[in-house]
Design a protein around this ligand. Sequence first.
Ligand SMILES: *Cc1c(COP(=O)(O)O)cnc(C)c1O
Length: 409
Amino acid sequence: MKQPEGPNSLVPFNRPSLIGKEFAYMAEALEEMHISGDGEFSKRCHARLEQVLSVPRALLTTSCTHALEMIALLLNVQPGCEVIVPSFAFASIANAFALRGAKIVFADVRPDTMNIDESKLPGLITGRTRAVAVVHYAGVGCEMDPIVSICQDHGIVLVEDNAHGLFGKYRGQLLGTFGLMSALSFHETKNLIAGEGGAILLNDPALIERAEIIREKGTNRARFHRGEIDKYTWVDLGSSYLPSDLLAAFLFAQLECWQRIQSLREAVWRRYHWALQDWAAQNGVTRPVVPEHCQQAYHMYYLVMPSRQARDGLIEFLKARGIHAAFHYQPLHLSRMGHQYGGRAGDCPVSEDVSERLVRLPFFNSLSPHEQSRVTNSVCAFNCPPRDHLAPSPACGDKLSRHAPLRQP
Ligand SMILES: *Cc1c(COP(=O)(O)O)cnc(C)c1O
């Protein structure tokens, strides 16, 4: 295997790592020679997800993007429908519904959590609104109580893009279990990985049969494999959304170790939060806000800098020190596609502002304390322009060696 790090090697933004029996399970899938979809490992992944998340049905997909496309098909989204999505989000959440001909309506996000601003929803809902799709940004839950009740009051379907929030909770309830359906990602940048991959969670058993059909090219092949019918045929719209069992084998090894993965990530998150506290306060930088009723999923660590200049400056400053930090979403409503749905500058001021000032730090399971202190020492050596009245920031690397307090920040 590749040597993960040297004392002065680059600190990448992401470095996927093995956690358990990935090789062994992939070898097992090869020995069984079941490497197409829905083999033994896919079944084990489905069962494990259903058990850990207490959902009626989980089905692996080739990506979170494809899980969102399945959701759009299951909702019969079509021209004339409107779907509300946060502007500060990944393109797939809009694209999946746009592919079905829906009009995409962009909602702004809250300035504290970067999650969809629930207070904006009532003003965006029309008689044509079919669904609201939310993202739990960085794995911190959206304000689900008001969002669920707004959707119920208006007879609108709630969907969760839970690519960041797997195992996170809002008021004790797992993210991904609030909506009628939700989508997970196992892309190599996410908490649990399979290289490329995802899952759809069905929170209503009535959706299961049609979801199986849509996932199997619009055929009732799943029923055929269970021996429920003697031949299978084309019965609905669909596509090919099931991953190879080789990838399911990889994923199952990760799923078996999900608690270890989460605790590694929690430790990384807490070290950042602790080590950057004073520097952030002195430089007008905001650290992530995790409301008390949210148990976060430790998906990423980000900073909101005082200006775009400071954000771009920090990324350059870190790059010169061999550390890869990254900006995040460009507001969807200002994208070329967003303009086609009527998106204009000023529509979602928080998304526009945050996307210019937010920076994500290297964050992955195998980020070592040594690598992480290189990151935090470098960040702390950066003085935000143009706040020249500030005292030089103190070295804060020594804080890392102390034990980070284990209370919820
Ligand atoms: C990563 C991500 C996606 C896309 O996931 P894929 O599995 O790569 O399709 C969608 N939404 C959000 C919020 C993501 O972070």
